[in-house]
Design a protein around this ligand. Structure first.
Ligand SMILES: C[S@@+](CC[C@H](N)C(=O)[O-])C[C@H]1O[C@@H](n2cnc3c(N)ncnc32)[C@H](O)[C@@H]1O
Length: 451
């Protein structure tokens, strides 16, 4: 590998991944817990010397960090995400053309109507008494999920009263915006999703999603009012600052099939999934159900199938991506080591048997992505992929950036660097009952160029 383009300070604390306070406007509308921070995007926009004549692509755009930064810098941006919720969040965060006065007057109507209906249905404003009520005591009054939706909602992630409040609010968002452009409705739905993830739901991230103590009730409307108002004020602020000119285009599509994208992309700054057992359909499941983006098992499965294979919960019998990396001895060796270790440890569950397949399908999927991306890139376009090394599968090390570089080189890219982003303290490895070892896991930025 050649010398790196820049030298970020390595960190083991996680602080480097935090969003700086001055970056919160727009980024804070809704953010994945594992989103990369805006300053990382700025670093590579600077290293690649991008300006308003360029076009940046984030093919795994998640909640839109790259696209919002591009827009703030006046650089046109394109984003793709196969998950409909992530695509919606990115769409909302990059549409700065809505009129703040209209948003605020709609907000007032939504709040008034929601409060009235909630009271009619016995959901009085939050009081100490209400918090003492058991969730089962709330009457259902028609505001409930369908049976199909309940089946895909992780157990205990949302209590009954907050759920009812959210469903009344959703109804009023839909009704009050029915004569408006769809973007108005999506704006308020993303504000609702933020309330679910940042307060109303019984879940948190550490960084994996986990269930927390159930909340008998939650001030859904108060939280929503404050957040939507803040979003509207931030729209007004970006419009006043003249930042709103650069265009953004969001595709709800699989990054392994990029035929519909425009050409002449000058740079890619992205953080794709990597094989780490993280299920992207679970981290935003409650929001996706409430926004009716997932309505039953079939639609959940459809989303899973459109994602890169990075965990054992989205492997399917007809998957063929693994065949794309048959000739890579390095990847085959890791798959072999994982399978041998599984047999040695007598790990025989259905999921454990899939570990080695995840790795092959993952790199095969990334190969398809890089292949379909190449014709869309300008000559010498530069690319930054943030990926982490892994020990998820029976502690067999997977050097993701190094393996991805090999795959990229086979598809017509040149590796121009690999920067250390941060090191995290990994799992304690038991080599024997008396021997424990702390491991450092590297998160890196693989830098490529169209060859
Ligand atoms: C690590 S997250 C990206 C986070 C993003 N950098 C941000 O700041 O919010 C990876 C994203 O890749 C998306 N993804 C996974 N497989 C995909 C595929 N085949 N095509 C497009 N997007 C995909 C996931 O839905 C997820 O939103």
């Amino acid at each position: 590998m050649q010398p790196t383009l820049s030298k970020p300070a390595p960190s083991r604390t996680g602080a480097i991944n935090a969003v700086q306070k001055e970056d919160l406007p727009v980024h804070g509308w809704y953010r994945f817990v594992l989103s990369f921070p805006p300053h990382l995007v700025r670093r590579y926009m600077g290293a690649f010397a991008l300006n308003g004549k360029d076009v940046i692509l984030d093919p795994f755009c998640g909640t839109g960090t790259t696209l919002v930064e591009a827009k703030k810098a006046g650089i046109p941006g394109i984003g793709c995400d196969a998950h409909p919720f992530a695509a919606m969040v990115s769409r909302v965060k990059t549409n700065w053309s809505l009129k703040a006065t209209i948003l605020r007057s709609l907000l007032r109507r939504i709040l008034k109507r929601t409060e009235g209906i909630a009271t009619e249905h016995g959901l009085t404003p939050l009081s100490f008494d209400a918090l003492l009520l058991q969730e089962t005591s709330a009457s259902l009054n028609g505001f409930r999920l369908t049976e199909e939706e309940e089946r895909i909602l992780p157990a205990g992630f949302l209590s009954q009263r907050p759920l009812q409040r959210l469903l009344i609010l959703r109804q009023e968002i839909e009704q009050q915006t029915q004569d408006q452009a769809p973007a108005m409705r999506e704006f308020f739905l993303v504000a609702l999703a933020h309330v679910v993830a940042q307060g109303a739901g019984n879940f948190a991230f550490g960084p994996e999603i986990y269930r927390t103590k159930p909340k008998p009730d939650y001030d859904v409307l108060g939280h929503f009012a404050r957040h939507a108002e803040k979003m509207a004020l931030e729209i007004a602020a970006v419009q006043a600052s003249g930042l709103a000119a650069a265009s953004s285009l969001i595709f709800s599509t699989d990054a392994r099939e990029l035929a519909q994208l425009p050409e002449h992309i000058s740079a890619v700054i992205t953080s794709p999934p990597y094989p780490n057992e993280k299920d992207y359909t679970r981290t935003t499941r409650v929001e996706s159900i409430l926004l009716r983006l997932m309505t039953d098992k079939a639609s959940l499965r459809g989303v899973k199938e459109s994602l890169l294979r990075s965990n054992t919960r989205n492997i399917f019998v007809n998957d063929r991506d693994g065949e794309e990396v048959r000739e890579f001895a390095s990847i085959q060796k890791i798959c072999g080591q994982i399978e041998a270790r599984r047999i040695e440890l007598h790990k025989d569950s259905g999921f454990e048997r899939l570990y080695h397949k995840v790795v092959a399908h993952y790199f095969g999927g990334m190969r398809r992505h890089l292949r379909s991306l190449r014709p869309k890139l300008r000559a010498k376009a530069r690319l930054a992929y943030v990926v982490g090394d892994q020990l998820s599968f029976l502690l067999v090390p997977i050097a993701t950036a190094r393996l991805l570089a090999e795959v990229a080189e086979a598809e017509g890219y040149k590796t121009i660097g690999c920067d250390l982003w941060r090191e995290r303290i990994g799992t304690k490895v038991r080599n024997s009952p008396t021997n424990q070892k702390t491991v450092r896991v590297r998160e890196e930025i693989l830098l490529l160029q169209k060859a």
